[in-house]
Ligand binder design. Structure first.
Ligand SMILES: O=C(O)CCC(=O)C(=O)O
Length: 275
């Protein structure tokens, strides 16, 4: 069954830029995603961006994994999250932007730096969001996500930087972007929101919401997160500098609607109405 966002969840998303969807993903999907994660760790697809941890542990990151594994693909297309995205925006059409893995094995102390996502992505528009699925119990001790409440409405675009010291991927400078302030050093100046999560809980958040995560300081619990990102009616391909190269495509020109093989349409209101 597609997840049905409540009015309160939609209002919280609009006001805060992030909302917890308790138990949004059931055990059958979780099992399929968890098995696909192990397959990707064993034999990563081409956009692997993991790194050895500073002391112990290991971080496995990868993106566009839906193109390598039928179970990731099925989750992105059929899990009901596209329809949930349509509910959050009142959209008539949803495209898959991409999916991404963030696995912090026990003891991986590296935090996820504070950032907002849209500066990394070659897309403009407001209807752009992510769903971060927890596969493990996730708390402050093993790297739960944190969000700056309402920061999606700042209209501030922060210069992308690589995640993790050993990652060589770089981003072109964009003169219209600004440097991310040191939020960690001034946490009291921001209203930071976070939720402990159980497996199957999802956080829905806007592409401009500033967020980060702690390291996994537990020895006994993994922290497997799997994010799927969708765009709605007003999204247009954007060739501005500074975006992630694996998300750029020659199939689109600046200003085009997203529809193409890389960004497939995964939900349409008229198709649902016709059915
Ligand atoms: O899981 C993490 O540590 C980071 C997740 C994230 O930044 C995202 O999904 O946009």
């Amino acid at each position: 069954m597609p997840y049905r966002a409540t009015r309160q969840e939609i209002e919280a998303f609009e006001a805060d830029g992030a909302v917890l969807l308790k138990g949004a993903v059931g055990p059958a999907w979780r099992e399929r995603v968890a098995a696909a994660i192990e397959r990707d760790i064993e034999d990563p697809g081409p956009f692997f961006h993991g790194y050895e941890a500073e002391r112990r542990g290991r971080f496995h990151g990868n993106l566009r994994v839906w193109q390598n594994d039928p179970d990731f693909r099925a989750y992105c297309f059929e899990s009901g999250l596209p329809e949930a995205a349509a509910q959050f925006f009142g959209a008539s059409k949803i495209n898959l932007l991409y999916d991404q893995l963030f696995v912090k094995e026990p003891g991986t102390a590296n935090p996820t730096r504070w950032h907002n996502d849209q500066p990394y992505w070659p897309v403009r528009g407001w209807q752009i969001m992510s769903f971060w699925l927890a596969l493990d119990p996730t708390t402050a001790e093993n790297g739960r996500l944190e969000f700056v409440r309402g920061s999606h409405r700042w209209d501030r675009w922060f210069q992308p930087e690589p995640f993790g010291r050993t990652v060589t991927r770089s981003y072109d400078d964009n003169p219209d972007y600004e440097k991310m302030p040191d939020i960690e050093a001034a946490r009291d100046d921001y209203e930071i929101i976070a939720w402990d999560m159980a497996p199957g809980d999802v956080i829905a958040f806007h592409a401009l919401t500033v967020h980060g995560a702690g390291g996994n300081l537990r020895d006994d619990v993994r922290r497997r997160g799997y994010t799927v990102r969708y765009t709605g009616d007003d999204a247009r391909y954007d060739t501005r500098p500074g975006t992630a190269k694996p998300l750029c495509t020659d199939a689109l020109e600046d200003g085009d609607p997203m529809d193409c093989a890389l960004y497939p349409v995964v939900w349409r209101r008229e198709a649902v109405a016709a059915a």
